[in-house]
Ligand binder design. Structure first.
Ligand code: ADE
Ligand code: ZN
Length: 334
């Protein structure tokens, strides 16, 4: 399965705050004189046992509390790009949660400029392209999302899309209809988490009310056959996250993961790591262990790799270019 590591691939669902490895958390906490409730890296890793999304989110937001300065966001993002370089992730669409930081008194500028510096360096050093998805926290109000949208405008040149994440149940997409309309007016592309823990109705709402062009997770579409049919017809891609689904108990076992069923139904599946520091592995491991658990063929894996470029937010020319690189790789590695 080494070819999965080597094949050029894109990642479309990745929270930069979810790449904070315990080692880096400790190093940053120390230099910033921030107290964390763990005494060792092992203790941190042991705390990473979740029974649902909210369990994880509580720990994830607490972990992000060590990030104070531009340099911290730069170091965090560079560490992720280092993984990309090692795994031949040649394009990545990075989500960031400004409100996780602005609510603690960190400026929007500090967050985005640290990330931006790393993006430029990764492009220069490794030729990795990336874009940013600014995600609104759905447990907060729409008014707070509007405030974040306003704060983002001076940095619009760095941001491609808006997303919606955090606690899904009880926070339907319709809650954010107006702020998405405003974001779209500003030129941001709309995507959203939907149908991870929430019902299929939330996916329909996200399509209708938020006008999304891609669904983050989307697992629960499978409970509604007419919705599946619609997604297939519209070629509406899903950013599926196997390790995340396993760790957050969306699935009980990778062997029961619905990715193969989704592919068989004609859905446009992409594979992603979501929050790799918390869920036990980066993108390549997600592919390898999923392929192993579901006995996926090389063609099925290759389809998902090509989907990762096809359903990216890149221009048609760039997509074509990358897909050609994938085809060339496959030809040379028959
Ligand atoms: N924030 C980070 N990871 C998330 C996930 N899997 N679902 C919702 N919000 C998140
Ligand atoms: Zn996510």
């Amino acid at each position: 399965m080494d070819w999965i590591k080597q094949i050029p691939k894109a990642e479309l669902h990745l929270h930069i705050e979810g790449t904070l490895e315990p080692e880096l958390m400790f190093a940053i906490a120390q230099r910033n004189h921030v107290k964390i409730p763990y005494s060792s890296v092992e203790e941190v890793r042991n705390a990473y046992r979740f029974s649902c999304l909210q369990d994880f989110l509580d720990i994830y937001y607490a972990g992000a509390g060590v990030l104070l300065y531009e340099e911290d966001f730069y170091d965090l993002t560079m560490a992720y790009f280092q993984h990309c370089a090692e795994e031949n992730i040649v394009h990545t669409e990075i989500m960031f949660d400004p409100q996780t930081h602005t609510q603690r008194g960190i400026s929007f500028e500090t967050v985005i400029m640290g990330i931006q510096k790393a993006r430029e360096e990764a492009q220069e050093k490794w030729g990795i392209s990336s874009l940013l998805i600014m995600s609104f926290l759905r447990h907060l109000t729409q008014e707070e999302a509007f405030q974040t949208l306003t704060e983002s405008l001076p940095y619009k040149q760095y941001i491609t899309a808006v997303g919606l994440d955090s606690s899904e149940k009880g926070n339907p997409p319709s809650k954010f209809k107006e702020v998405y309309q405003a974001a779209i007016k500003e030129g941001y592309i709309p995507v959203a988490h939907a149908g991870e823990e929430g019902p299929a109705d939330y996916i329909e709402e996200a399509l209708e009310d938020l006008q999304i062009v891609r669904i983050d997770h989307g697992n629960n579409c499978l409970t509604n056959p007419s919705l599946v049919q619609k997604l297939v017809m519209q070629k509406m891609a899903l950013t599926v996250c196997p390790f995340s689904n396993l760790e957050l108990k969306v699935v009980e076992d990778l062997k029961q993961h619905p990715a193969k069923k989704m592919l068989d139904l004609g859905l446009k599946v992409t594979i992603n790591s979501d929050d790799p520091a918390y869920f036990g592995g980066y993108l390549t491991q997600n592919y390898i262990q999923l392929a192993d658990a579901l006995q996926l063929s090389k063609e099925e894996v290759a389809t998902m790799v090509k989907n990762s470029f096809q359903y990216s937010l890149l221009s048609p020319e760039k997509k074509e270019n990358y897909i050609q690189r994938v085809e060339d790789f496959l030809e040379q590695h028959q």
